[in-house]
Structure formats: structure tokens, C-alpha cells
Design a protein around this ligand. Structure first.
Ligand code: PMT
Length: 408
């Protein structure tokens, strides 16, 4: 995909790497893009606007509140004219504002107004990139479809060494190219995905549940929507906002999840069960709040196995399950894959810190019913979601090829 003739906005924020944005601008204009540069106030402390103005041949935008300025441009109109927006370098502060919709200067207001592909190339010092707040903000942005690049590792401006260096211009250009050519390889697919925990009432105020946040399932829904699929998201209670465009079916209990899944199963071409369904429920939830300090024995009964039931219906959909394991991971997972009769099992070892339940990242093993096995590295859940979807497409294509070969 050529950048020639493309309208880009380059946002630059106040990092010591701001001078590298000059080289990026030169490369973008060399490739034929028309670039409007938007500097944050702090970026101007590092590099003067004149440098960007000279290289871009355009006024440089900095101030939202100066209508007298001869360079004044309306941020909404500017955002609409652009084919893509790239913020490079982006500070931790910019990531936080973008993730939380804070619009207190020209650049952040433009980001909020824009409905264009957004590429962010972070650069920061020390342990900032690994700080939980930054990790969470990056996950939020990626979950929204923003291409947040990984910074490079190496010597940092502070004299420390670590991850935080401005990515190479080539990597940023490649990310812009990709953002301009969104992959629509799931167009025509209908994904039914489950997410989050279920809640099984014990009495009107208490329930049995688990630590699933829904992030993995919502990540899959968002990734599939971006790639052109129609998505139905059946979700247990979570604190997340469903991705725009999904048919959202909120449920509480495993029974409700089963009903919702079976109701939407008929026209699904792909089913992914990322939900952590409670295995048991109270045989009889108490109608009033349980009182007293005596020992209490709960009479539990198993919930229906929704995934096994879906697979047994053989609707023709490709069926993917998840397995949360803590020990003998591969052996338990293989057994689960076979007993449930599904096509692919995504296995997370939830005994590991930083992945699985309520984490921003995941590291999974993909086991398929044709005896294949593929380990994915630790990644943001949005990236794991994309990798799972790509793997499903590849498996389905190769299974179809093998079937044709067998029938010949
Ligand atoms: O939600 P997050 O915080 O992002 O965390 C993600 C996750 C860890 C919850 C997710 O990656 C995951 O592993 N989900 C499945 C967890 C689980 O319940 O594993 P399981 O081994 O108990 O179940 C295996 C499969 O059967 C799952 O696809 C589950 O949805 C399904 N199942 C289980 C029990 C049941 N009664 N009905 C089911 O359909």
C-alpha cells in the first residue's frame, strides 16, 4: 500500500525522542504523504515548530484556543480530512489521556474527534512502559483497535537500559500502511462468542462465581468485528463496554448463557467459548438471605456443559473452547479437547502470573483436533485474539483441503 497522496496527521508529544519525529516526517513526505504536524505544548520544548513547518510545508498546529492565529484549524474538520493519525513519540501521559478520553489540548481533542485509523508509537523512560497504569491504558487502546507499537529495548535517555525506545521509523511506516489497509478476512463470518464469568445465586445477595473479567472474550469480539465478521457477544457480568457493532446479550447464570448460546447458534459459522462458566450452581437458591453463624453446607449440582452441547449439535460451525489449567496443562487440555468434541482448544496456564484471569495479557497454547499444537508468545489480549482468529482461518482452510483430497 502506497502512502503517496495520503493525508496524515503526525502528533508529537513531549518526549526526548521528539527530535526523531523529524526523521519520521521526512520519511513520510519522501514516500509521498501530505503530513500535518500537531505538537503538544511539551513537544515544543524539545523541537521547534519551524523545523516541522519547513519539512511538512504546512502550518504546525499546537493551540486549540487561539482562534486569532493565522494557522487556526478546526480540529473536527482536520480529523475528517485525514486518512490516518499517527502519534510519535507518544508519552505515558498521552496514552493515559487517549485511553480515558481526556481532551485538554489540540492533539488530544483531535484524537477524541477522529474516527480514523490511529497508530501510536510510544517512547518513555525507565520502568514506565511496565507500570500497571501504562499497561492498562495500552490494553484499553488496543482493545479499541488502536495500533499501539511496542517500544524498542536498549539504552534509554536516563542512562538506564530497558524497553521504552522510540520504534524505528520503518516499523512506524509499516504500522501506518497496515492501518490504512484493514484486513477484512472475516467478512461474511458470523461469530458467536461468550465472555466473562457466570454468577450462580446462593440467596438473593450471594453467588458463586470466578475471577474472569471478560477481557479475553471482548478482545475476540472486537478483533472479529474489525476484521469484518458479524458478532454476537453473550456475556456474563463484567465491567466492560461491549465493542460497538456487536449484538450484545447479557446473562447472569450458566443456564441463561446456555439458552442465549443455543438461541444464536443456528446461523453462527464460528463459535468461541471464552467464558468461564461456573461448573456448579446451588440446587435450590434460598429465597431469602441466609442468616446465622452456623456451619453451612451448600447442596451444589453441576451446570450444563454448554460447549459440549454446542459441539454435539454439529451445526457445521467451527467450535473453539478455552481451558484454564493449573497443572499437567497439556495432558488435561488434550483430554478436554477430545471429551468436548471441539475443533480447537485455547489453553491458558492460569497458575502463571500476569496472564489468564483478569490480566491484560495472555499466553496460550492452541491444540487442534488434527493433533496440531501451536504456542503463542505472551501478548496483549487484543493481539492474542487476532492470532487465534488467524489460526482458526488457517486450520479451517487446511482441513477443507485435506477433506477434498480424501474425497478424491
Ligand atoms: O475473562 P478474562 O479475565 O479475560 O480471562 C480469560 C479466561 C482465563 C477466563 C479465558 O481465557 C479462559 O480460559 N476461559 C475458560 C475458562 C474455563 O472455564 O475453563 P474450563 O476448563 O472450566 O472450561 C472449558 C471450556 O468449556 C470453556 O470454553 C468454557 O467456556 C466451557 N464450559 C465450561 C463449563 C460449562 N459448564 N460449560 C461450558 O461451556
Amino acid at each position: 500500500m502506497s502512502l503517496a497522496g495520503r493525508e496524515l496527521i503526525l502528533g508529537v508529544t513531549g518526549s526526548i525522542a521528539a527530535y526523531k519525529a523529524v526523521y519520521l516526517l521526512r520519511e513520510l513526505t519522501r514516500l509521498g504523504a501530505s503530513v500535518t504536524v500537531c505538537l503538544s505544548e511539551h513537544a515544543r520544548e524539545f523541537v521547534g515548530a519551524l523545523t516541522f513547518r519547513t519539512l511538512s510545508g504546512r502550518p504546525v498546529l499546537t493551540n486549540l484556543f487561539d482562534p486569532q492565529s493565522e494557522d487556526a484549524v478546526e480540529h473536527v474538520a482536520l480529523a475528517e480530512r485525514a486518512d490516518a493519525i499517527v502519534v510519535a513519540p507518544a508519552t505515558a501521559n498521552l496514552l493515559a489521556k487517549a485511553a480515558h478520553g481526556i481532551a485538554d489540548d489540540f492533539l488530544t481533542t483531535l484524537l477524541l474527534a477522529a474516527r480514523r485509523p490511529l497508530v501510536i508509537a510510544p517512547a518513555m523512560d525507565g520502568g514506565m512502559w511496565e507500570h500497571p497504569a501504562v499497561v492498562a491504558n495500552v490494553a484499553t487502546l488496543r482493545g479499541r483497535g488502536v495500533a499501539v507499537l511496542e517500544p524498542d529495548a536498549g539504552a534509554l535517555a536516563s542512562g538506564l537500559s530497558g524497553k521504552g525506545r522510540f520504534p524505528e521509523p520503518d516499523a512506524i511506516v509499516e504500522a501506518i500502511r497496515r492501518a490504512l489497509t484493514p484486513v477484512r478476512d472475516l467478512a461474511g463470518e458470523r461469530l458467536l462468542v461468550t465472555a466473562g464469568p457466570t454468577r450462580e445465586p446462593i440467596d438473593p445477595v450471594r453467588y458463586i462465581s470466578n475471577r474472569s473479567s471478560g477481557k479475553m472474550g471482548y478482545g475476540l469480539a472486537g478483533a472479529a468485528l474489525r476484521r469484518g465478521a458479524a458478532v454476537t457477544l453473550v456475556s456474563g457480568p463484567t465491567a466492560l463496554t461491549p465493542p460497538p457493532g456487536a449484538v450484545f446479550v447479557p446473562v447472569q447464570t450458566a443456564e441463561e448463557m446456555r439458552e442465549a448460546v443455543l438461541q444464536h447458534l443456528a446461523d453462527a459459522t464460528l463459535v468461541i467459548k471464552a467464558a468461564a462458566v461456573a461448573d456448579y450452581r446451588a440446587r435450590q437458591a434460598a429465597p431469602v438471605k441466609l442468616k446465622g453463624k452456623r456451619d453451612l453446607t451448600l447442596d451444589l449440582t453441576p451446570n450444563p456443559d454448554i460447549l459440549a452441547e454446542v459441539a454435539a449439535r454439529r451445526t457445521g460451525a467451527f467450535i473453539v473452547g478455552f481451558a484454564a489449567e493449573t497443572h499437567d496443562v497439556v495432558a488435561h487440555a488434550r483430554q478436554k479437547l477430545e471429551s468436548k468434541g471441539i475443533d480447537l482448544l485455547v489453553v491458558n496456564d492460569v497458575s502463571q502470573r500476569g496472564i489468564g484471569f483478569d490480566a491484560e495479557e495472555n499466553e496460550v497454547l492452541l491444540l487442534d483436533r488434527w493433533s496440531g499444537q501451536k504456542a503463542l508468545p505472551r501478548m496483549a489480549k487484543a493481539d492474542v485474539a487476532d492470532a487465534i482468529l488467524s489460526h482458526v482461518l488457517a486450520l479451517r482452510a487446511s482441513a477443507a483441503v485435506k477433506k477434498v483430497a480424501r474425497e478424491r
